[in-house]
Ligand binder design. Sequence first.
Ligand code: PEP
Ligand code: MN
Length: 364
Amino acid sequence: MKLELQEVEEWGLFENTTHPLVIAGPCSAESEEQIFRTAYDLKCLGINVLRAGLWKPRTRPNCFEGVGEAGLPWLLRVRGELGMKISTEVANIHHVHEALKAGVDMLWIGARTSANPFAMQEIADALQGTDVPVLVKNPINPDVELWIGALERLNMAGLKKLGVIHRGFSAYGKHKYRNVPQWQLPIEIRRRYPGILMLCDPSHIAGQRIYIPEIAQQAMDLGFDGLIIESHICPETALSDAAQQLTPVNVGKLLRKLVIRNDHTENIEYKENIDELRARIDVIDSELLDLLALRMKVSDEIGKYKKQNNITILQAGRWEKILEKVFSYGDKQGLDIEFLEKIFKAIHQASIDRQSSIMQSEKK
Ligand code: PEP
Ligand code: MN
């Protein structure tokens, strides 16, 4: 399904904002004073859109679950006195009604909600007939179709001011970041919907504030349109996500250090050089394809030979040796071991699949 989108310049949200677009504010609204002081300092940095969670989806019960609609007047005060736009997360019909009633300028859908088609449909139905901008966070699991499905449900309900937020994906076990970025997913969204507003949420990817700058920079390097950053006037005392919130002062420092890249240039010399480099890549890619095809042909011959001699396809010892050789040679060539493992596992699997169909074919 093609998404019918309205360009972000027409949303009336990011006026006077230069690239990158920045939304910032606390994980949760906790008190009027906390919201107002945070918003005031962010506004002084030129940030015009405040984020604040009112209803907080928490992993375990008996944690702080947000102040709910009691926080709406605090957001309205920020809009009234500071002229900032205000945004919050909605996860069910009740949240949608309360947020719309208060005239919240933008909504976002959390990662646990975009993963749930029933909840998404309920929210889309509740938003029908409005034109409020909605940003959809990636579902917690790395499923690009589910993410797109959430956008489609909203679009089918008539919403055209849609964007996405990349906040990383849950993974079991210990990782450097709280949520693994898996950048290939937002890149796939960009490929399918080149015009869609795409923000990165480095706070929820990082989990710890020291990692936020490198993630924000990577998002800029990949051409994201902007950032949504968690910021709290006093992060140490935050009732949720304390470790990943930045003071407004540190948000300012982060933004000043960001290197912003252009998506194109008119510089002739650059164009000539990049064209030459790309031509070289194209040649290398076709050589890679020729080599892969050749490898598969040899592998087919091995398959036939194994069949004639009634030998199993998988020879664990041989596979182990191939991997060892690949890793040690690849390492010397400066290639990443994890990358090599992925590529060679894929090649090996494809080769096994071809040998299986040879084994199962009627021909002797
Ligand atoms: C949030 O933005 O505070 C939030 C709950 O994020 P996510 O849905 O990405 O976990
Ligand atoms: Mn949070």
